[in-house]
Write a protein that binds this ligand. Structure first.
Ligand code: IVH
Length: 677
């Protein structure tokens, strides 16, 4: 090698070291010490040198993370020792039993200490390092033989391609090292990835675990490279020198080599273990990744080893699981509910399962589009989620578990309750039953109508409205005002007294202010505030009913969606009948507002009357002038507009002539007043 080549080669080595270190700061420690820009400059410089000298490219170069070819299948890998699983405990009691069981086997357990770690809900991977270089990585498989996913694992930036990572670390690198860890996706990255996949019209994943597994088992590592996989390690499977004696030492060593290491708690006894469990459970949503429990490990590895294995589960550790939040069960059927505004909502009828101590038989399916998008079929095994106070919902089908007997769900074309055709509104996901007489809707509408913000009819709750509908006494809200005490006093749980009370409440509601009446009608998209605005603008239901979409859209905050909804509400004959019924019953459908004087026909005009009138007394005439906004005075001034001259006029006539005030007859005055009284 020439001298200048030598300097270039040492620069290349320096760059690799630096990039490796900055990867580690960024992906493992989450604590970068240079900017993205500076990192990119280093990376570009390395790529340039490697392009000029392809003979210098080695697999541990940070540029070689995505390098593998598309495979036809994964090769098998024999694990150096069996990759064991864990027994589960679901209660403290079960953990205590485990503790007592192993104490009986070995008295030393009584004084033992523990390490508690979150149980990451991902995929086990087994990572092989030879002289500090990452040479092979495998899935767990059956515990003895796994699949070779080396090329895919190399794309995970948190995975060290060469150890030790940190130049500051004085640790001696073992010749052979096999590490066990968990590959997973953070919840944030999972949501982001699904959003991207959905945008591209591609199939979305059910949950982070499912995503991690799908991504790691891609035959094309370029696809894996685009997936936000990450890694945490927790075990040394094999090491040829200085084998750690405790789990604490294992975690320390992994850290010193530069691996990302799982969070953990040292616990001096079982009570502390339970505290750690509680703490992790409380912080479950803060971890950023799905954890389905904690793993309790005897800290003393020799002791753990001597306790041996039952089947595939070592005795020295146990998984203490959290209450489940997701569970798979059979979708027996899809039911459809009808809400107050007529929205049809599908829901899942499930083979009952327990999720976190609650038996779940039904779950939300959101809407019909959701069912189609996720290709949810009746008979599918579906994944259900119930987290915190959230109503259980269906995440999606587990396609792998189909047996061909599943049936595609066809959304109803008719309302499941009243059998009238359903309608779709452009731009909305929902399907609606537009039949206001639909019993399902009617019941909800009655309650809405009677609510405090609407007509405020106390005593018309869920049970009462159902009773009225079932007895066929009420087909729409308008019928309420025609109910007779005798008709309702014999209904279940009713009596003469409460019947009278309800009728009184209904009658009292006739004088509710206009905004409440508009709100009570239950027009889609018209809430309390909107009702208020409409009342102010239109003053009466009659006026509102006459308004076109353009009229409505002149009002600030009313867009095409609301305008369309209002117009279509009033265009339905059913609704027109309801309004007619309300009007006839005497429900006040207008706003009684004092009319402003300046808008009256005689506003600004001053009248004086002289002599006797034939049609009315002078007082009456004056009152009517005032009612129309005019002024009626007794003396003529320059401000007087008209002198009304009756029979036998007095001195006022002369005065009017003097001032040039116009004289009019009683006939003229009657014309001003609109003739008839
Ligand atoms: S220790 C013998 N520690 O849980 C050692 N496992 O249900 C057994 N897991 O297959 C594993 N986080 O994939 C251990 N902190 C952790 C873990 C963990 C997740 C997984 C691992 C294992 C499964 C057992």
């Amino acid at each position: 090698m020439k001298a200048n080549q030598k300097t270039l080669f040492s620069r290349l080595q320096e760059l690799r070291k630096q990039i490796q270190y900055h990867n580690y700061r960024y992906y493992v420690l989450n604590d970068p010490v240079i900017s993205d820009y500076e990192y990119d400059q280093l990376y570009k410089e390395l790529v340039k040198i490697e392009q000029e000298h392809p003979e210098w490219v080695t697999p541990d170069s940070p540029t070689q993370r995505v390098g593998g070819l598309v495979a036809e299948k994964f090769e098998k890998v024999q694990h150096p020792v069996p990759i064991l699983s864990l027994a589960n405990a679901f209660t403290k009691e079960e953990v205590r039993e485990w503790f007592e069981r192993i104490t009986r086997l070995d008295r030393r357990v009584k004084e033992a200490d523990f390490i508690v770690e979150p149980k990451i809900d991902g995929l086990t991977v087994v990572l092989h390092y030879q002289d500090g270089l990452f040479v092979k990585g495998a899935t767990r498989g059956d515990g003895n033989v796994g699949e070779d996913v080396t090329a895919n694992l190399r794309t995970i930036k948190a995975l060290p391609l060469k150890i030790p990572v940190s130049p500051l670390s004085p640790i001696k690198v073992p010749k052979t090292l096999v590490v066990r860890g968990e590959v997973f996706i953070t919840i944030k990255d999972f949501e982001e990835l699904n959003r991207r996949l959905e945008e591209m019209g591609e199939k979305t994943y059910l949950n982070p675990r499912n995503t991690a597994s799908g991504s790691l088992r891609q035959l094309d590592p370029r696809i894996t490279a685009m997936r936000p996989l990450t890694l945490l390690t927790y075990d040394i499977v094999q090491i040829d020198e200085n084998a750690p004696k405790t789990q604490s030492e294992v975690l320390e060593k992994l850290y010193d080599f530069g691996f990302p290491v799982v969070e953990n708690r040292y616990c001096a006894n079982l009570d502390e273990v339970f505290l750690a469990y509680e703490e992790y459970l409380k912080r479950r949503d803060e971890l950023g990744y799905e954890a389905d429990g904690v793993v309790i490990k005897l800290n003393d590895l020799e002791l753990a080893d001597q306790l041996g294995v039952v089947g595939k589960d070592p005795r020295g550790a146990i998984a203490f699981k959290y209450p489940a939040r997701e569970i798979a069960t059979k979708l027996i059927n899809i039911g459809v509910n009808v809400g107050r505004t007529g929205v049809l909502t599908p829901y899942a009828i499930l083979s009952p399962v327990e999720i976190g101590g609650v038996i779940v038989k039904q779950a939300t399916l959101h809407n019909f589009d959701f069912i189609a998008q996720k290709d949810i079929r009746i008979g599918d095994i579906v994944l259900i989620k119930r987290a915190g106070d959230v109503i259980p919902y269906v995440i999606g089908p587990i396609i792998e578990r189909r047996d061909g007997s599943e049936k595609v769900f066809v959304p109803p074309t008719h309302c499941p309750v009243c059998n009238q055709p359903v309608e779709h509104i452009t731009g909305e996901v929902a399907w609606y039953c537009v039949n206001a007489a639909c019993p399902a809707q009617l019941q909800e509408h009655l309650q809405h109508f009677a609510s405090r913000e609407a007509m405020d009819i106390r005593g018309l709750g869920e049970r009462m409205s159902m009773a009225l509908i079932n007895a066929n006494l009420v087909k729409d809200v308008g019928d309420l005002y025609y109910l007779k005490k005798e008709q309702i006093e014999n209904l279940e749980r009713m009596g003469s007294k409460s019947a009278a009370k309800l009728i009184e409440q209904i009658q009292n509601s006739k004088n509710r202010p206009l905004p409440n009446v508009i709100f009570a009608l239950g027009i889609r998209h018209v809430g309390e505030e909107m009702a208020e605005r409409l009342a102010k603008h239109f003053n009466s239901i009659d006026q509102l009913q006459k308004a076109s979409e353009e009229d409505l859209m002149k009002i600030p905050t009313i867009g095409p969606k609301i305008a369309e909804s209002i117009v279509s509400f009033f265009s339905l004959e059913r609704n027109q009948q309801i309004i007619e019924k309300l009007k006839k019953a005497g429900v006040k459908l207008y706003e009684e507002k004092p009319v402003r004087a300046e808008n009256l026909p005689l506003a600004g005009l001053e009248f004086v009357i002289t002599g006797k009138l034939k049609s009315f007394s002078r007082e009456e005439a004056e009152e009517r002038i005032r009612a129309l906004g005019g002024a009626a005075k007794s003396d003529i001034t320059r401000k007087t507009n008209y002198l009304v001259v009756g029979e036998d006029p007095g001195s006022k006539l002369a005065r009017a002539r003097e001032l040039g005030v116009q004289q009019i007859t009683e006939e003229d005055l009657l014309n001003f007043l609109g003739k008839k009284s």
